[in-house]
Design a protein around this ligand. Sequence first.
Ligand SMILES: Nc1ncnc2c1ncn2[C@@H]1O[C@H](COP(=O)(O)OP(=O)(O)O)[C@@H](O)[C@H]1O
Ligand SMILES: [Mg+2]
Length: 242
Amino acid sequence: MIELRNVSYSYDNSFNALKDITLNIEPGEAVAFVGVNGSGKSTLMKIINGLVFPAGGTFSFDGIEITEKRLMDTSFAKAFHKRVGFVFQNSEAQLFCTTVYDEIAFGPRQMGMAEEEVKSRVEDILRLLHIEELAKRQPYHLSGGEKKKIAIASVLVLNPEVIVLDEPMNGLDPKTKRFLRELMIALNKAGKTILCSTHDFDYVQGIFKRAVVFSKEHTVIRDGSYEEIITDREFLIENNII
Ligand SMILES: Nc1ncnc2c1ncn2[C@@H]1O[C@H](COP(=O)(O)OP(=O)(O)O)[C@@H](O)[C@H]1O
Ligand SMILES: [Mg+2]
C-alpha cells in the first residue's frame, strides 16, 4: 500500500534529511520509526502524508505515485487525505478552531459531509476518546494531553486507513500515555495501519510488530521485528537510540 523507492530529501537543497529510503508497508501493519533526533523520521512522515515530496525516488500509495502535481487536483487530494491521517508532533500546529467541536468537525466539513453526518461522527469520536465534556472548550486553553486527544480526534473522525503519529507520547502524563497505547492497539486490531515515531519504549509495548531504524546519516539501518530490535541493547546503544 505504502511504497517508497529510493527516496531522498533535503531541506533547501542543502540540509540532508533522508537518503535512499526503500520501504514497503502493507495494510494493517503497525510500524515504529526509531532513530536519533535529526535522523529523518518526521520528514519521512511528512512525505507519507503528502506534505513534502521526495527530491529523488518515489512515494506511491496504492500503486499511484503521490506528486505535488497530483495533489493539486482537489478531488484526488481529498480522497488521499481521507485515507491517510497525520497527528503532528506539536498538537498546537494542528489546532486552530475556536471550539473543540468545530476543530473535530473541520475535516468532515472540508470533505463536504452533510452536517448531520458531521455531528454523528464528531459525537462518536468524542465518546471514543472520553472527551465529551470538552466539546465547547477552546482548544488553545486545554492541557497538553487534552490537546493531543483533540488532534487525534480530528484525524480519527475521517476514519482513515492509515494513521501516522509523530512522537505522540511526548510530553504526556503517564495516564494519557497508557490511554494512547490502548487506543493505538485497538485501532490496529480494527485493521488500521499505524505508523509512529517514538523514543518512549516503556509506553509502547504491544503496539508494534515491526521497527524501522534510521541512522544519523538519514538511511535505514535496520528493518525488522520490533521485539528483536528493541531488545538488542548493543545495537540501540551503538546507534544512540537508548
Ligand atoms: N524545516 C527544516 N529546515 C531545514 N532543515 C530541516 C528542517 N526540518 C528538518 N530539518 C533537518 O532535516 C534532518 C531530519 O530532520 P527530521 O526529519 O525532523 O528528523 P527526526 O524527526 O528524526 O528528528 C535534520 O538534520 C534536521 O535538522
Ligand atoms: Mg521528528
